[in-house]
Design a binder for this molecule. Sequence first.
Ligand SMILES: [Fe+2]
Length: 242
Amino acid sequence: MRADYAKDITSLANTVFSHEALNNRFYETWIDNMLPPEHFEVFARNYLARTSNTATMVALSLISTDDLDARVEIAKNLHSEYGYGNPEKAHLNLLKSFLFNTLSRMHGHDYREERLNTVPILPSTKDFICLQRELYTDKGRASRVMGTLLAQEWLAYSMLTRLYEGARNYQHLFETNDEFHESCEYFYVHIGEAEKSHKVQAIVSASRECACDDDFENMSQGFHQFLEITARYWNAIYKRIT
Ligand SMILES: [Fe+2]
């Protein structure tokens, strides 16, 4: 790792905490209130549409770099996304378990993915998915891709803590505390360990692709663009439910 840029990259990463991508009205609403079922569905549909692509984006970032150490760090991230080899523990399946368990309780009957799929995906979410893919497939500029991954991983931990705070508004729908916490494994894997290691791994991968000021500039661009598309994504969901 090139220590000089690692320090700059860490400072850049820390700017997520003051950005609208993390400080927005959707999170405030989600944390403060239990959403009515139709608004919970808007959140669930759009969050799932976006999260379904997460592991693929991480895989694209692996392909974008030729640096072996960076690839190893990204592979660790992917391995945890896919439940360390257990499909039931893949993060996407843990998320679905929370969403459909909660929706079933809100509606008072079994609520399946087919039904959620009838809720339209917001145009802003489609834009997010499209722009995210562009950022992760910037051929020839691995540093920009690593900046994108850096933003994604540094947002993820704080995003998950916020989403978990709001998830607690639905705890009373579960018969026992244990049932609720079992349903929340998606949050615990992220808050407990996964995203903390992903943050460190993202600094390492970004540092491996940062050899000069131009690389750092490209990395900052990818980083800032990801923050911007994330802020737009959450703000549009907020607008749709208010
Ligand atoms: Fe994850």
